[in-house]
Design a protein. Structure first.
Length: 231
């Protein structure tokens, strides 16, 4: 008896439907692979700041924070890459996930950072709490600043909040001036640092490290500036 042959040809309608489903699966897989938790960021620098994203957010792979107070949403992978840059350390680039809702972005917010942000980084909410809190707590925060940009940010926030209490503002301005002076001293060549230490009779200056020389000269210069202001 002759065996009946079975056709191996797939009907065109079935082939088209399966191809369409396969393409959809591929697109969903690509989208899944691109997905990353999202993070809100604010920029407190005077100029602009460009960020290349590791994963697209809102269809963008690159964005620019254009001026003081600008904000954006980026992927968590990008944040992990840029949170230790100089801009973040100085407090110019700050994570603030409230930006996600403010910009009406959809997505899963990334988990909070395991480590606390640096001493110069403040969201508007944090700055408001510091500026409107006790003088003691304000001074503790200000004394911990390591960059004059952190002090400038607090002064700007105080202005925006309408805070005119001179007892508070003077604490921040004093720290800003100190850190600005320290930054200028740090620009000196090591040879010039040593000459300045000898000129100001810094004790045992030859055995001091560069950082110790900078600290010593900054303290002397700052005291001299304050003394001349009082005269």
């Amino acid at each position: 008896m002759k065996q009946k042959q079975v056709s191996s040809t797939v009907p065109k309608e079935l082939f088209d439907r399966q191809s369409k489903e396969l393409e959809q699966i591929r697109q969903e897989l690509d989208l899944y692979q691109q997905k990353s938790p999202i993070v809100g960021v604010r920029w407190f620098g005077r100029g602009g700041f460009g960020i290349g994203l590791s994963h697209p957010v809102g269809g963008l792979t690159r964005l620019v924070l254009d001026g003081y107070g600008d904000k954006a949403v980026i992927d968590y992978t990008t944040w992990l890459r840029i949170r230790s840059t100089e801009h973040a350390v100085l407090g110019l680039l700050v994570r603030d996930d409230l930006v996600i809702d403010e910009l009406s972005m959809t997505g899963v917010a990334a988990k909070p950072d395991a480590n606390k942000p640096g001493p110069n980084s403040f969201t508007p909410t944090e700055a408001k709490k510091i500026l409107e809190g006790s003088i003691k707590d304000l001074k503790k925060v200000v004394d911990g600043l390591t960059s004059f940009w952190g002090a400038i940010h607090l002064i700007d926030e105080a202005r925006d909040l309408g805070i005119t209490d001179e007892s508070r503002l003077s604490i921040i301005r004093s720290r800003k001036n100190y850190l600005l002076l320290k930054f200028r001293v740090s620009l000196l060549h090591p040879h010039d640092l040593q000459v300045a230490c000898e000129s100001f009779k810094v004790r045992d200056s030859e055995n001091l490290s560069i950082d110790e020389k900078i600290d010593a000269l900054t303290e002397i210069e700052f005291k001299n500036l304050n003394s001349s202001d009082l005269e």
